[in-house]
Design a protein around this ligand. Structure first.
Ligand code: NAD
Length: 306
């Protein structure tokens, strides 16, 4: 199989993801699909013209037939949050789109790993898995990769330490009920609790800023795309090159903390087949309670959609 990636939805998130892949020379080929085929054509053309500056990626606009030899299909199509709208407000519009798009993906290519990015990402990931339960480890959502990156960035800014040395996750829903795993966060291998300047007030402010970042960004520019695109490009690299890297992606719960029939983010190992290992995440009693509340909120939406 070629290192070929399809991106469905050539809007801000889809095209910026393609641009990230091109600048890093991650994929041999990228194919862009959009309900607005003129947009997909124009984005492909503009992206193609950046290739001579960057490397070798072949970029084109295409159709579902072009998915047949893709290793990964990214779904970034549909409506996005309007100012003041929550991710769950989007559910009806985007769930109707996924009922159409996801079967077309697997009809074209039964083996592709599907990365859901469209929101509400946990609900749409669960919906895709419900349509294709045998592919549950092949289907994942970008989940809280972005929230965790924002969290690490803000912690790094406060501590004046490179966020790459900070291992800290936000888990649960990619949205308002998400939670920070303070109990397992480390800087280097030092528990974060040892950093005295991180008082409970500072911790609360940092988490709230990470959680509400999308609202703040959308106020000013109506969309968020650079950071999510960088994150999705990293997921793609992990999968294409079987890197077995740990990411907090949205996936179907299989009894973790008593949770079933819901998709949310906890750290897992990703490789060429998608989710290749679930990790024995250890969290404290408060975090467990918050995780269950986050799952319960998502379950309500899933039930309302049925
Ligand atoms: P956008 O409006 O710029 O692009 C969406 C594109 O989807 C449009 O070009 C539209 O023509 C296309 N589209 C709509 N229905 C389609 C269909 N049935 N088939 C193919 N294409 C279709 O939006 P955006 O800013 O790129 O955001 C895309 C999605 O990503 C939104 O749902 C947004 O909420 C989500 N998002 C997720 C994260 C995350 O962390 N998971 C972050 C940012 C945005």
């Amino acid at each position: 199989m070629k290192n070929k990636v399809a991106i469905i939805g050539a809007g801000m998130v889809g095209s910026t993801t393609a641009y990230s892949l091109i600048t890093q020379n991650t994929a041999e080929e990228i194919v862009l699909l959009d309900a607005n085929s003129a947009l997909a054509q124009s984005q492909a053309m503009d992206l193609q013209h950046s290739v001579p500056f960057a490397g070798f990626t072949k970029v084109q606009a295409g159709t579902y037939q072009d998915l047949k030899d893709c290793a990964i299909v990214v779904i970034a199509c549909g409506a996005k949050q309007k100012p003041g709208e929550t991710r769950l407000d989007l559910v009806k519009k985007n769930s109707a789109i996924m009922k159409d798009v996801v079967p077309k993906v697997f009809q074209a290519n039964a083996h592709a790993v599907l990365i859901m990015v469209s929101n509400p990402v946990d609900i749409l990931t669960h919906q895709a898995i419900s349509l294709f339960p045998k592919k549950r480890d092949q289907i994942l959502g970008s989940g809280t990769i972005l929230d965790s990156a924002r969290f690490r960035f803000l912690l790094g800014q406060h501590l004046k330490i490179n966020p790459q040395s900070i291992h800290a996750y936000i888990v649960g829903e990619h949205g308002d009920s998400e939670l920070p795993l303070w109990s397992t966060a480390t800087v280097g291998n030092i528990p974060i609790a040892r950093f005295r300047s991180l008082t409970s007030g500072v911790k609360r402010t940092i988490f709230e800023k990470a959680k509400n970042a999308a609202y703040a960004i959308i106020e000013g520019k109506q969309a968020t795309y650079y950071a999510i695109a960088s994150g999705v490009a990293e997921l793609i690299e992990t999968i294409l090159f079987d890197r077995r890297t740990v990411w907090p992606v949205s996936h179907l719960m299989d009894g973790e903390f008593g949770l079933h029939d819901v998709a949310l983010s906890l750290p897992v190992v990703l490789g060429r087949q998608g989710i290749v290992e679930r990790l024995p995440v250890g969290i404290n009693a408060t975090e467990k309670k918050q995780l269950k509340q986050s799952a319960a909120k998502l379950r309500k939406v899933i039930q309302a959609l049925r």
